[in-house]
Write a protein that binds this ligand. Structure first.
Ligand code: SAH
Length: 361
């Protein structure tokens, strides 16, 4: 059977909003407080079966078991050990896998979530897209990763970054539903300012986010200082060139009061010259933003190499001299192969469930 046509459960517990649970209980002639009990069970107790909710009447538990999938993401593999960075490989109902990275540092428990199984965008340096695109994740599968992470941490995560596999704005509705669920005070209680969406530069997604009236942090994968270079490594740039992208980001800052971060992965001989740094300064000089430099995490499928630490220093010094707020983050996940879909790529190559041909947009 074709993987796309495999049946995916319609209602995933972690994809339902508080109002959905109220409605479900009303339909079953159950009082509203039952919905609150279920909600707290899911997010405070982190149950994996409704049978664990012993305060619920047996017939309600039986009905929920029938109608709702309590725990749709199944932990199959953990790379790394506490207190270091860990990477969880989670299997979905249709046997595809997603990965979630946990980073514990400076009193924060950060979870890096995936929004799609695979990716369509084909950035040449990124492993996530190399195995092709399979499907969007449902909101319940996105929040399910967070619940799996909370179990692994033994505590509720404090921060969420959408920097795992896939493009968040290519799965906009599920993304926003998942954020509303994780925001809830009686649930995971993760405030908008502690959530970061990272985008490859899908301008309509940024424009839509401008209308949500939420103070979510926005991070944009820029990785080049001119359109020619960016289009070579990130095909999306042909559709939404740098100036259009930067304008959308400035509009987001205007409405949300959030400072946008531009991610810039330094690739030896591709985007790491002093001229590139000057060009970047000229491009971003107009509004308050931040540049975060990363060194390329080399992958087998791309010949590019990481630049030296000396080049990072030259580049960041130049940005600082020009008044750009720039930081340098060494990839914390490097030792668990966590940067960008590499574990899934490996899993997919070894798996019997072959992924479809790479898709292009
Ligand atoms: N699709 C979103 C979310 C992915 S986030 C986006 O593009 O922003 C993953 C981040 O890691 C992105 O900034 C991506 O460009 C970067 N990245 C991907 N592969 C990398 C690699 N090999 N080395 C360093 N950074 C990489």
């Amino acid at each position: 059977m074709d993987a796309m046509s495999k049946e995916i459960p319609q209602r995933l517990a972690h994809g339902l909003l508080p109002g959905d649970w109220q409605e479900l209980c009303r339909d079953l002639d159950m009082p509203g407080y039952r919905a609150d009990q279920i909600w707290k069970g899911l997010y405070q107790q982190r149950i994996s079966s409704f049978q664990e909710l012993s305060t619920l009447p047996a017939d309600l538990r039986a009905h929920l078991d029938e109608a709702v999938q309590a725990d749709p993401v199944r932990l199959t593999h953990v790379d790394g050990k506490p207190p270091g960075t860990r990477k969880l490989l989670l299997e979905l109902e249709d046997a595809d896998a997603v990965e979630t990275v946990l980073i514990a540092a400076q009193g924060r428990r950060t979870v890096c979530l995936s929004t799609q199984a695979g990716c369509k965008f084909g950035c040449v340096f990124c492993a996530s897209g190399q195995a092709g695109f399979k499907r969007n994740l449902q909101a319940g599968e996105i929040v399910g990763q967070l619940v799996a992470a909370a179990r692994e941490f033994g505590d509720t995560p404090t921060h969420v970054v959408f920097m795992g596999i896939g493009e968040p704005f290519d799965n906009y509705d599920a993304l926003l539903t998942s954020i509303r669920i994780m925001n809830d005070h009686d649930g995971l209680n993760i405030g908008a300012r502690r959530i970061t969406i990272s985008t490859v530069g899908v301008v309509p997604g940024i424009e839509r986010l401008c209308t949500e009236n939420m103070q979510i942090e926005l991070s944009v994968s820029l990785h080049a200082s001119n359109d020619e270079a960016r289009s070579e490594i990130m095909p999306i740039n042909r559709r939404y060139p740098i100036d259009t992208l930067v304008r959308a980001c400035a509009a987001y800052t205007e409405v949300s009061n959030r400072i946008v971060t531009f991610e810039y992965t330094l690739i030896c001989g591709v985007n790491d010259s002093p001229e590139c740094a000057e060009e970047l300064t000229a491009r971003l000089g107009g509004f308050a933003c931040r540049v975060n430099l990363i060194r390329l995490n080399p992958i087998d499928e791309y010949e590019g190499e990481a630049c030296s630490e000396a080049t990072v220093k030259m580049f960041i010094d130049l940005l600082h001299r020009r008044g750009i707020n720039a930081t340098y983050r060494d990839s914390r996940g490097r030792h668990v192969n966590a940067a960008c879909g590499q574990l899934r790529l490996r899993a997919a190559q070894n798996s019997m469930h072959a992924l479809p041909e790479k898709m292009t947009t």
